[in-house]
Design a protein around this ligand. Structure first.
Ligand code: ZN
Ligand code: ZN
Length: 213
Protein backbone atom coordinates (compact mmCIF):
# COMPACT_ATOMS: atom_id res chain seq x y z
CA UNK A 1 0.00 0.00 0.00
CA UNK A 2 1.29 3.41 -0.94
CA UNK A 3 2.11 5.71 1.97
CA UNK A 4 0.13 8.87 1.25
CA UNK A 5 0.96 12.04 3.19
CA UNK A 6 -1.01 14.73 1.36
CA UNK A 7 -4.77 14.38 1.00
CA UNK A 8 -7.83 16.09 -0.46
CA UNK A 9 -9.36 18.83 1.68
CA UNK A 10 -12.97 18.87 2.91
CA UNK A 11 -14.03 21.44 0.31
CA UNK A 12 -12.94 19.21 -2.56
CA UNK A 13 -14.51 16.08 -1.05
CA UNK A 14 -17.76 17.97 -0.41
CA UNK A 15 -17.79 19.40 -3.92
CA UNK A 16 -17.12 15.97 -5.34
CA UNK A 17 -19.86 14.42 -3.22
CA UNK A 18 -22.35 17.10 -4.29
CA UNK A 19 -21.28 16.87 -7.92
CA UNK A 20 -20.42 20.56 -8.18
CA UNK A 21 -16.78 20.30 -9.29
CA UNK A 22 -15.71 20.70 -12.91
CA UNK A 23 -15.07 17.38 -14.66
CA UNK A 24 -11.29 18.00 -14.70
CA UNK A 25 -11.20 18.27 -10.89
CA UNK A 26 -13.55 15.30 -10.48
CA UNK A 27 -11.05 13.22 -12.40
CA UNK A 28 -8.14 14.13 -10.09
CA UNK A 29 -10.31 13.63 -6.98
CA UNK A 30 -11.62 10.26 -8.23
CA UNK A 31 -8.07 9.13 -9.11
CA UNK A 32 -6.81 10.00 -5.61
CA UNK A 33 -9.80 8.34 -3.92
CA UNK A 34 -9.17 5.14 -5.82
CA UNK A 35 -5.61 5.13 -4.35
CA UNK A 36 -6.45 6.35 -0.84
CA UNK A 37 -8.51 4.47 1.80
CA UNK A 38 -8.56 7.50 4.10
CA UNK A 39 -10.17 9.88 1.58
CA UNK A 40 -12.54 7.13 0.38
CA UNK A 41 -13.82 6.81 3.96
CA UNK A 42 -14.14 10.58 4.35
CA UNK A 43 -16.07 10.76 1.06
CA UNK A 44 -18.42 8.05 2.37
CA UNK A 45 -19.18 10.28 5.37
CA UNK A 46 -19.89 13.29 3.14
CA UNK A 47 -22.11 11.17 0.90
CA UNK A 48 -24.07 9.94 3.94
CA UNK A 49 -24.46 13.47 5.36
CA UNK A 50 -25.57 14.78 1.96
CA UNK A 51 -28.23 12.08 1.71
CA UNK A 52 -29.44 12.70 5.26
CA UNK A 53 -29.69 16.45 4.67
CA UNK A 54 -31.87 15.82 1.63
CA UNK A 55 -34.13 13.47 3.60
CA UNK A 56 -34.52 15.83 6.56
CA UNK A 57 -35.08 18.85 4.39
CA UNK A 58 -38.64 17.77 3.65
CA UNK A 59 -40.83 19.51 1.14
CA UNK A 60 -39.96 23.11 2.13
CA UNK A 61 -36.55 22.97 0.56
CA UNK A 62 -37.29 20.29 -1.98
CA UNK A 63 -37.19 22.87 -4.73
CA UNK A 64 -33.71 23.93 -3.69
CA UNK A 65 -32.62 20.33 -3.45
CA UNK A 66 -34.04 19.64 -6.88
CA UNK A 67 -32.16 22.64 -8.25
CA UNK A 68 -28.96 21.33 -6.66
CA UNK A 69 -29.56 17.93 -8.16
CA UNK A 70 -30.12 19.42 -11.57
CA UNK A 71 -26.82 21.24 -11.20
CA UNK A 72 -25.10 18.02 -10.30
CA UNK A 73 -26.26 15.76 -13.08
CA UNK A 74 -24.75 15.66 -16.50
CA UNK A 75 -21.27 15.16 -17.83
CA UNK A 76 -19.55 16.94 -14.93
CA UNK A 77 -20.16 14.05 -12.58
CA UNK A 78 -17.46 11.42 -12.55
CA UNK A 79 -17.63 8.91 -9.72
CA UNK A 80 -14.92 6.33 -9.22
CA UNK A 81 -15.74 2.78 -10.05
CA UNK A 82 -14.83 0.56 -7.11
CA UNK A 83 -11.16 0.45 -7.82
CA UNK A 84 -9.89 -2.67 -9.40
CA UNK A 85 -6.15 -2.36 -8.96
CA UNK A 86 -4.53 -1.86 -12.35
CA UNK A 87 -1.08 -3.07 -13.24
CA UNK A 88 -0.23 0.36 -14.64
CA UNK A 89 0.42 3.55 -12.67
CA UNK A 90 -2.92 4.90 -13.92
CA UNK A 91 -6.06 4.26 -11.80
CA UNK A 92 -8.99 2.72 -13.69
CA UNK A 93 -11.00 5.95 -13.65
CA UNK A 94 -8.12 7.63 -15.47
CA UNK A 95 -7.75 4.75 -17.94
CA UNK A 96 -11.26 5.61 -19.11
CA UNK A 97 -9.82 8.93 -20.31
CA UNK A 98 -6.48 7.83 -21.71
CA UNK A 99 -7.67 4.59 -23.34
CA UNK A 100 -6.84 0.95 -22.68
CA UNK A 101 -3.16 1.17 -23.59
CA UNK A 102 -1.08 3.60 -21.47
CA UNK A 103 1.68 3.36 -24.06
CA UNK A 104 -0.66 5.15 -26.43
CA UNK A 105 -0.87 8.36 -24.34
CA UNK A 106 -0.51 11.21 -26.83
CA UNK A 107 2.37 13.16 -25.29
CA UNK A 108 3.46 16.50 -26.68
CA UNK A 109 6.71 18.28 -25.85
CA UNK A 110 6.72 21.28 -23.52
CA UNK A 111 10.47 21.92 -23.55
CA UNK A 112 13.33 20.88 -21.21
CA UNK A 113 12.23 17.25 -21.65
CA UNK A 114 8.85 17.90 -20.02
CA UNK A 115 5.90 16.35 -21.84
CA UNK A 116 2.17 16.79 -21.39
CA UNK A 117 -1.02 15.11 -22.58
CA UNK A 118 -4.21 17.16 -22.24
CA UNK A 119 -7.23 14.97 -21.46
CA UNK A 120 -10.60 15.74 -22.97
CA UNK A 121 -13.06 17.11 -20.39
CA UNK A 122 -15.68 19.85 -20.23
CA UNK A 123 -14.19 23.30 -20.75
CA UNK A 124 -14.80 24.77 -17.27
CA UNK A 125 -11.34 23.51 -16.19
CA UNK A 126 -8.54 21.56 -17.82
CA UNK A 127 -6.62 18.47 -16.80
CA UNK A 128 -3.38 17.06 -18.15
CA UNK A 129 -0.79 14.39 -17.57
CA UNK A 130 2.71 15.78 -17.04
CA UNK A 131 5.89 13.77 -17.53
CA UNK A 132 8.84 15.49 -15.87
CA UNK A 133 12.36 14.06 -16.31
CA UNK A 134 14.40 13.17 -13.21
CA UNK A 135 15.90 16.24 -11.57
CA UNK A 136 14.04 18.63 -13.87
CA UNK A 137 12.88 21.99 -12.52
CA UNK A 138 9.46 23.17 -13.60
CA UNK A 139 9.20 26.91 -14.27
CA UNK A 140 8.55 29.10 -11.25
CA UNK A 141 4.86 30.03 -11.34
CA UNK A 142 1.89 31.42 -9.46
CA UNK A 143 -1.77 30.55 -9.93
CA UNK A 144 -4.83 32.57 -10.91
CA UNK A 145 -7.18 29.87 -9.67
CA UNK A 146 -6.75 26.45 -8.11
CA UNK A 147 -4.24 23.85 -9.28
CA UNK A 148 -4.78 20.30 -8.09
CA UNK A 149 -1.89 17.89 -8.69
CA UNK A 150 -1.80 14.13 -8.06
CA UNK A 151 1.51 12.25 -8.29
CA UNK A 152 1.19 8.97 -10.22
CA UNK A 153 4.86 8.01 -10.42
CA UNK A 154 8.09 9.27 -8.86
CA UNK A 155 8.06 12.40 -6.74
CA UNK A 156 8.63 16.14 -6.80
CA UNK A 157 9.58 18.68 -4.21
CA UNK A 158 8.72 22.35 -3.92
CA UNK A 159 8.90 25.14 -1.35
CA UNK A 160 6.16 23.47 0.69
CA UNK A 161 7.07 19.76 0.87
CA UNK A 162 7.84 16.58 -1.03
CA UNK A 163 5.03 14.87 -2.95
CA UNK A 164 5.24 11.19 -3.96
CA UNK A 165 2.87 8.65 -5.55
CA UNK A 166 -0.69 9.16 -4.33
CA UNK A 167 0.00 12.59 -2.82
CA UNK A 168 -2.17 15.59 -3.69
CA UNK A 169 -0.89 19.16 -3.82
CA UNK A 170 -3.50 21.92 -3.72
CA UNK A 171 -2.10 25.26 -4.90
CA UNK A 172 -4.19 28.43 -4.86
CA UNK A 173 -3.78 32.09 -5.77
CA UNK A 174 -1.65 32.65 -2.67
CA UNK A 175 0.89 30.03 -3.70
CA UNK A 176 3.92 30.59 -5.87
CA UNK A 177 6.13 27.55 -6.41
CA UNK A 178 8.84 25.86 -8.42
CA UNK A 179 8.39 22.07 -8.44
CA UNK A 180 11.53 19.95 -8.98
CA UNK A 181 11.34 16.24 -9.86
CA UNK A 182 13.34 13.80 -7.70
CA UNK A 183 16.70 12.69 -9.10
CA UNK A 184 15.71 9.03 -8.78
CA UNK A 185 13.47 8.94 -11.86
CA UNK A 186 10.85 10.71 -13.95
CA UNK A 187 7.78 12.10 -12.22
CA UNK A 188 4.35 11.62 -13.79
CA UNK A 189 1.51 13.77 -12.45
CA UNK A 190 -2.13 14.45 -13.18
CA UNK A 191 -2.84 18.18 -12.82
CA UNK A 192 -6.12 20.09 -13.07
CA UNK A 193 -6.35 23.89 -13.28
CA UNK A 194 -9.39 26.15 -13.39
CA UNK A 195 -7.51 29.19 -14.63
CA UNK A 196 -4.29 29.75 -16.57
CA UNK A 197 -1.12 29.54 -14.50
CA UNK A 198 0.89 32.70 -14.07
CA UNK A 199 4.51 32.15 -15.06
CA UNK A 200 7.22 34.47 -13.86
CA UNK A 201 9.47 34.39 -16.91
CA UNK A 202 8.77 36.13 -20.20
CA UNK A 203 9.83 33.12 -22.30
CA UNK A 204 7.55 30.85 -20.33
CA UNK A 205 4.69 33.26 -20.89
CA UNK A 206 5.17 32.96 -24.65
CA UNK A 207 5.50 29.17 -24.39
CA UNK A 208 2.33 29.13 -22.32
CA UNK A 209 0.37 30.49 -25.27
CA UNK A 210 0.99 27.44 -27.41
CA UNK A 211 1.09 24.86 -24.63
CA UNK A 212 -2.41 25.93 -23.52
CA UNK A 213 -1.43 25.89 -19.84
ZN1 ZN B 1 -6.32 10.80 0.65
ZN1 ZN C 1 1.61 25.15 -9.71
Amino acid sequence: MTQINHHLDDALLMGYSAGTLPEAFNLVVASHISMCDECRARLGAFDAVGGAVLEEAGSVTMEMAAADLLDSVGPEKVRPVVSKPTSSIYPQVLMDYIGPDPDQVKWSKLGMGVRQAILKTSSSASVRLLHIPAGCEMPDHGHHGTELTLVLQGAFRDERDRFARGDIEIATEDDHHKPVADESGPCICLAATDAPLHFSGFVQRIAQKWARI
